[in-house]
Ligand binder design. Structure first.
Ligand SMILES: Nc1ncnc2c1ncn2[C@@H]1O[C@H](COP(=O)(O)OP(=O)(O)OP(=O)(O)O)[C@@H](O)[C@H]1O
Length: 277
């Protein structure tokens, strides 16, 4: 039987008994192990954030060109956007429209050819590589389509590694790793290695790893693209739990129209420009 998937939006506004089929959402229970067809999701409700939340990132008139074959390829052509506290913001657009290029700029992995990127009142587009690396390690978390886990390390060790990289004192590791893995519903899979887990579980480890050092901003490039709709739903529920409980902002790219429905804000990119948002 075909199953309709619904997203929970705004956990506080959403009573638990509305969970589809009487099941709890994946992010709420460490016991929601395995990706059973019955697990997950709640019906949509009010937006999780308010317009009054503070902006944490401003993108002003950003352009990015790359030299290709002796010419300049203009990939981003004047982007303006903002991300606010506790928002789930999505970038949509066809392949090649420039979404990943923009995400790389927001995360300080690359520099714009023109324009400004202000992260928490700091002009990171003027900063050196080293300074941007420091801010990335401490204040930004990255999630990729292909999970990007260390294959020989357990879920626990993968998350711990991110705390080590961010310079979090060792005395805090145990409690934080446990908390993050439980938050993503992997309380009973903490010591499994990536190859012993499903794609959805691996992506949830990657999420735990990305949030462990308490960044204020999570950037996710097509985080559900390699997952089926049910596992994708679990990941989105985890994202919404993170926004509520960890007070983080998430900016993600996606092609999936059903996922776009849970965004607080959607920017649509066509050929290096936003046509909405
Ligand atoms: N370092 C680079 N050098 C040259 N061209 C680049 C570079 N990075 C990106 N591009 C080009 O910029 C364009 C946009 O790429 P980008 O990866 O941002 O698109 P996208 O919207 O994320 O696509 P997808 O959905 O397929 O990931 C593409 O034409 C790509 O080839």
């Amino acid at each position: 039987m075909a199953m309709a998937w619904f997203w929970k939006k705004g956990k506080a506004a959403q009573p638990a008994e509305q969970a589809v089929g009487g099941q709890a959402a994946a992010g709420e229970t460490a016991e929601a192990e395995g990706d059973s067809a019955e697990s997950s999701v709640k019906a949509a409700a009010a937006p999780a954030t308010t317009a009054s939340s503070e902006p944490i990132l401003l993108v002003k008139g950003v352009e990015r060109s790359f030299p290709v074959g002796g010419q300049q390829l203009h990939v981003l052509k004047g982007i303006h956007m903002e991300l606010r506290e506790r928002q789930l913001v999505m970038l949509k657009g066809r392949s090649g429209s420039g979404k990943t290029t923009l995400l790389n700029l927001i995360g300080g992995l690359d520099l714009p050819t023109k324009g400004e990127i202000i992260f928490r009142d700091r002009p990171i587009h003027t900063w050196s590589d080293d300074r941007r690396t420091q801010i990335r390690r401490k204040e930004i978390g990255f999630i990729f389509q292909s999970f990007a886990l260390m294959p020989l390390l357990s879920a626990w060790e993968n998350v711990e590694l991110s705390l080590r990289m961010a310079g979090v004192p060792r005395s805090q590791w145990k409690e934080r790793v446990k908390h993050c893995l439980e938050l993503v519903g992997l309380g009973k899979r903490m010591h499994h290695r990536p190859y012993e887990m499903s794609g959805g579980e691996q992506q949830r480890v990657a999420i735990a790893k990305a949030i462990a050092h308490r960044p204020s901003l999570i950037l996710a490039d097509e985080p559900t693209a390699e997952l089926d709709s049910q596992m994708g739903a679990q990941v989105m529920n985890v994202f919404q739990d993170i926004i509520q409980t960890e007070q983080m902002t998430i900016c993600m790219t996606t092609h999936d129209p059903t996922i776009l429905e849970v965004a607080d804000h959607v920017y649509e990119m066509v050929d290096g420009k936003f046509i909405s948002g």
